[in-house]
Ligand binder design. Structure first.
Ligand code: EPU
Length: 302
């Protein structure tokens, strides 16, 4: 979707929003799949309510993009614009055991920065690509930990009220790959309370998680991490593997040979290829195991 109206373009400038016309979303997602649309990059959190009012008043639908690492975007010209926060400098400020983090901060860099300051707890998430905001929205987790356990408070743009709000404690719930945030809420910043640990100890934890990840996941390839959530008490990857589906392909979309719950873009896969592969694998798992796998990857299809 393109914003041509010079009135809207002018107002975006006033709101400190950078307009990048015809951005290729394939360049902004780890799967390297996705069509084109206008990208609105936001410098100031405070301008969000006015920006959203402007878009709503002009019937411009939108979606919020984080790091694009858990996302499958549709092909062709997309029927909505994309909003993304510009990362400020610094993006992490420490105050004792509290880390004040901008949602646009890179997750891995944030974990390393905190580690160097003897704050741990997040070792399991090292190697998970994406932004802190994205990790928060879906309660990213690995190796027995999840980001939600450390959250003290979250500042977000609440679509339901049209305001920037701060939520704490009981106002947010974190479950397995699920949170109480609404799909159209936009994470702005978070305060994590992290346990004190010597840098050396954190580093050892990071080394172990890195090794486990390297030995079981296709890290060098274009993917969105795990495609399906694990059903209660079972492993989606193991079920797909047991059916002998590693290597199954639709065009360049392919079930990884290394981890069956990772689907990789082995070349120039389209969203259509990937969606067909996802539907096919889901159906085969359902037929054999009677389990209906739920997507873990977020799909933005027109
Ligand atoms: N397995 C197979 N074949 C495969 C893949 C896995 O037999 O192709 C078996 C493994 O041998 C193991 C079991 O399935 O016995 C579980 O596999 P793994 O330890 O790799 O963990 P997972 O349940 O597949 C989850 C998360 C990952 C996270 C890892 C490590 C989900 C959907 N996935 O994977 O998260 O990195 O644990 O904690 O919860 C992601 O969220 O995108 C993601 C990759």
């Amino acid at each position: 979707m393109r914003i041509h109206d010079p009135r809207i373009v002018g107002k975006l400038g006033e709101l400190h929003v950078e307009l990048q016309q015809g951005a290729a979303l394939a360049d902004l997602t780890s799967l390297r799949i996705g069509g084109t649309t206008d990208l609105l990059r936001i410098k100031k959190h405070e301008s969000l309510p006015d920006l959203l009012n402007l878009l709503d008043a002009n019937h411009v639908p939108h979606k919020f993009l984080g790091g694009g690492s858990n996302l499958l975007v549709g092909d062709g010209e997309l029927p909505w614009v994309v909003l993304q926060l510009i990362r400020p400098e610094p993006d992490v400020v420490l105050d004792g055991n509290l880390a004040h983090i901008d949602a646009a901060a890179d997750l891995g860099r944030m974990i390393t920065f905190c580690a160097k300051n003897d704050l741990g707890g997040m070792e399991g998430l090292i190697g998970v690509p994406g932004t802190v905001g994205g990790a928060l929205r879906m309660n990213a987790g690995a190796y027995g930990m999840q980001i939600g356990s450390y959250v003290r408070e979250v500042k977000l743009y609440r679509a339901a009220t049209g305001k920037i709000e701060t939520l704490r404690g009981q106002q947010i719930s974190f479950e397995y790959r699920h949170t109480s945030f609404a799909p159209d809420d936009m994470m702005l910043s978070v305060i994590l309370e992290l346990p004190s640990k010597p840098f050396k100890v954190i580093l050892e934890g990071i080394r172990i998680c890195n090794e486990k990840r390297r030995s079981s996941q296709p890290l060098g390839q274009k993917s969105a991490g795990c495609i399906f959530k694990n059903p209660p008490g079972a492993s989606a990857g193991r079920m797909i593997d047991e059916l002998g589906l590693k290597g199954l392909s639709v065009g360049d979309a392919r079930v990884s040979d290394r981890h069956a719950n990772f689907f990789v873009n082995a070349g120039h896969a389209s969203a259509k290829d990937m969606l067909t592969l996802i539907a096919d694998v889901r159906e085969r798992v359902h037929k054999s195991f009677g389990v209906s796998l739920e997507n873990e990857v977020v799909v933005w299809n027109a």
